[in-house]
Design a binder for this molecule. Structure first.
Ligand code: FES
Length: 106
């Protein structure tokens, strides 16, 4: 099974094809997902240090453009884990003192 590593948190294995936002949340990383996984809020964005999620999808490009996010980030509600990755969530319940938001669909 692919391994997800979050610096400062640790590593865990997830079923191949798991949506990244759920892989994180279900393993104790309280990442925000304020729009419920609909590519609107960008609060689920992560920095990818290692691993590959393929090309930025058009829906991610649109979401980032709409929010003025220009860094090399991915929306964890729009990508799935298919191999080992190392990611850092940009916004979390603890860091931003906000409720995570509605749970994204599988
Ligand atoms: S963009 Fe809102 S949860 Fe991913």
């Amino acid at each position: 099974m692919p391994k997800v590593t979050v610096p400062g948190h640790g590593s865990f294995e997830v079923q191949e094809g798991t949506k990244l936002v759920l892989a994180l949340e279900d393993n104790g990383v309280n990442i925000l997902h304020r729009c419920g996984g609909n590519a609107r809020c960008t609060t689920c964005r992560v920095e990818v240090a290692e691993g590959d999620f393929g090309d930025l999808t058009p829906i991610e490009q649109q979401a980032f453009a709409a929010k003025g996010v220009t860094d090399e980030l991915r929306l964890s509600c729009q990508v799935r884990v298919t191999g080992d990755v190392t990611v850092t969530p940009i916004m979390t319940v603890e860091k931003n003192n906000m409720d995570a938001g509605p749970r994204p669909s599988e």
